[in-house]
Design a protein around this ligand. Structure first.
Ligand code: PEP
Length: 251
């Protein structure tokens, strides 16, 4: 069984004190939950603080981005080695906000995914269509290209997680219905199966887009939804733990 994952993407939120308090709440309230992976992705400035709180627990650390070079004159960037040094085991790559505001391309996502893997970080690769693309009926075309390009030249997918995040559902309070999400999640697994065969059955594919403790229950019942990448609702300890508990109960 591929198990589940719930990852909290804090985006550009939380000072170090706030990060310490929130991560402590999550560690303390997930002690008895088993069978999956719980991941927190604070901003770079709080990675060390959160790592100090979570180390020794089952909660793991992710960065929200990284660069694909080891070191050099790349002002403002952070390398995979630096992330590992602060305790990260995961890195989010190609989030739609990075694609939209920082002009990340599928080619850049591919370079970062390869570099994360060769550096021993597990990439959580984000894909998803915009509202305009959905309305034009080209969701599968767009997501298919994103997935294929992200995985281009990568030998195995054992250490990769994919997050399907329809852009129109991120931070909008409008989430995809379980059936809408499942259709794309299944499509993604099909593409991965075409390339990697039965390894696709072990790939975790998360759903992301306005997930809350109230709506995760029906999403997680879908066969190809293996957990959630959570933005807004990961900023409140109670709500985030509520999501984790519902996922753990149903999987
Ligand atoms: C995200 O940032 O990945 C996300 C899904 O955000 P939200 O849950 O706020 O829609």
């Amino acid at each position: 069984m591929r198990g589940w994952m719930v990852a909290g993407n804090w985006k550009m939120h939380n000072t170090q004190d706030e990060a310490r308090t929130l991560s402590k709440y999550i560690v303390d309230n997930t002690v008895n939950i088993q069978g999956g992976e719980i991941v927190l992705a604070p901003p770079f400035t709080s990675l060390s603080v959160v790592y100090d709180v979570i180390k020794g627990s089952q909660v793991k650390l992710a960065a929200q981005n990284m660069y694909y070079e080891d070191k050099g004159a790349y002002t403002g960037e952070v390398s995979p080695a630096m992330l590992k040094d602060t305790g990260c085991s995961y890195v989010i790559i190609g989030h739609s906000e990075r694609r939209k505001y920082f002009h990340e391309t599928d080619e850049g996502v591919n370079l970062k995914t390869k570099k994360a893997l060769s550096s021993g970080l597990m990439p959580i690769v984000c894909v998803g269509e915009t509202l305009e693309e959905r309305e034009k009926g080209i969701t599968e075309y767009v997501v298919g290209i994103q997935v294929k390009k992200a995985l281009n030249g990568i030998d195995g997918i054992a250490d990769i997680v994919i997050a399907y995040e329809p852009v129109w559902a991120i931070g909008t309070g409008k989430n995809a219905t379980p059936e809408e999400a499942e259709a794309v999640q299944k499509f993604i697994r099909g593409i991965v199966r075409d390339i990697y065969g039965s390894a696709a059955d072990n790939l975790k594919i998360l759903y992301g887009g306005s997930v809350t403790a109230d709506n995760i229950g029906s999403l997680i019942e879908m066969e190809d939804i293996d957990g959630a990448l959570v933005g807004g609702a990961s900023l409140k300890g109670e709500g985030f733990v509520g999501i984790i508990k519902r996922v753990a109960e149903k999987r």
